[in-house]
Design a protein around this ligand. Structure first.
Ligand code: ADP
Length: 396
């Protein structure tokens, strides 16, 4: 069974074609600059990457290009589009109703359109991508996999904010949580490695966007992102959690509109805002190593906040069996893992510092120190595979 996974952004459309019989990725790529000038990169294992300019006025043109590349005589990996059994679509937001991955019929599409206000950045392009794919591939099932759905079992006291309850009812303002597909994937892997599917697990997805999730018995019980991905730990350009009054104070003090304040907190804060060295963790590390105080401070703030959230989740779950690091920073920044896990022996967390510095990149690694009560793992995330798996399970 071959499954196409599509992740549509405002000006991009990423794709991966899976052969679910062998779990192999047959091809993957990205259509960028949709609606601008169009560039596509198409990759196949063991073959040279193919990159070219293409004319993408919209998402429909982009998906048509993807299908023609996948079936191309030279660059293709399948003989015809008929070989694709189903398409899995990544959605950041499933609202309160789409609590699980689902085949997307008219009703589901209507609901997704009704909640774009909750998700103004990712919702519209994801819906355009879905509609384009449905038009080009009308005879197969299209499945939606939602970042938020992993959090649909959280208790009300974990997701309701202490603001007037009527505002939750009227605007659906609550903690939704994001990156759920990644946390679900790595938490399941960690539970398997730990040898108990009921394990208590804390997963740290640290990339450009970062979130931390607590999982018990395979279900998320809390997560650091909230109503939007802005909450929780500091990120590349997002502040993460701050005193909410800072926002209204800033608006008054600087005479900012809501949009301007939002831009500062979303695009000009976090690691970038503190360090002044951009949002890429590697650049900040380089600057810090060269003695840049603000770069050093940005990394300290990040580690301090990760530690605080990990500790709070241990308290919430009355213990922890495994701590997991994943995504760009979590998988690659060895010093960050060391800094976060330092002085956590009271909680039973300790890592083998030498192995942490030397374990192979891009692979699952158990970096637990000998004798430590809590396991610490590095697990590469694979959201696309999870989307393909859900799509297979819902359509086979
Ligand atoms: P996204 O949230 O866009 O999917 P990624 O998970 O790819 O992001 O993570 C991107 C982040 O990972 C960037 O800040 C990048 O600097 C960081 N990163 C990648 N490789 C390394 C590395 N070797 N050391 C430190 N940080 C790294």
């Amino acid at each position: 069974m071959k499954i196409l996974v599509v992740n549509a952004g405002s000006s991009s459309l990423k794709y991966q074609l899976f052969d679910m019989d062998t779990n192999a990725v047959l091809a993957k790529g990205n259509c960028e600059r949709i609606g601008i000038d169009g560039v596509v990169t198409h990759k196949r294992p063991g073959k040279e990457d193919y990159k070219t300019n293409a004319d993408f006025p919209d998402h429909k043109a982009a998906i048509a290009c993807v299908l023609s590349l996948l079936t191309d005589k030279d660059k293709g990996v399948i003989a015809s589009v008929e070989e694709i059994s189903a398409v899995g679509h990544r959605f950041a937001h499933g609202g309160e109703k789409l609590k699980k991955s689902a085949v997307l019929g008219d009703q589901e599409l209507e609901y997704l359109e009704s909640i774009v206000g909750l998700n103004p950045l990712h919702g519209p392009p994801a819906i355009s991508g879905l509609k384009a794919c449905k038009e080009v591939m009308p005879s197969v099932n299209h499945v939606g996999v939602f970042d938020t759905s992993y959090y649909s079992d959280m208790q009300d006291y974990a997701y309701i904010y202490p603001i007037p309850y009527e505002l939750y009812e009227k605007h659906k303002i609550r903690r939704y949580g994001f990156h759920g597909t990644s946390h679900r994937y790595v938490a399941a892997q960690a539970a398997e490695m730990f040898g108990n599917k009921n394990a208590k697990i804390i997963t740290c997805h640290l990339g450009n966007g970062s979130s931390i999730t607590a999982t018990v018995n395979g279900k998320a019980v809390d997560t650091s992102m909230g109503f939007t991905p802005q909450d929780g730990v500091p990120m590349g350009t997002r502040s993460g959690a701050i005193d909410p009054t800072v926002v209204t104070f800033l608006q008054k003090a600087e005479g900012l509109t809501a949009e301007e304040a939002d831009k500062i907190l979303n695009k000009e804060s976090g690691l970038s805002g503190v360090s002044g060295c951009g949002s890429d963790c590697r650049d900040i590390r380089d600057a810090a190593a060269a003695g840049n105080y603000r770069a050093q401070l940005a990394m300290k703030i990040l580690c301090h906040n990760i530690k605080k959230i990990v500790g709070s989740y241990v308290a919430e779950m009355n213990g922890v069996d495994a701590l997991v690091f994943t995504a760009g920073i979590g998988e690659n920044d060895r010093d960050l893992r060391e800094e976060v896990c330092k002085d956590m022996s009271f909680l039973g967390i300790a890592i083998d510092e030498e192995y942490n510095q030397n374990c192979p990149r891009g692979e699952v690694a158990d970096i637990t120190a000998r004798g430590a009560k809590v396991k610490t793992y590095v697990i590469p995330t694979n959201e696309e595979y999870m989307i393909a798996l859900d799509t297979q399970n819902l359509t086979k």
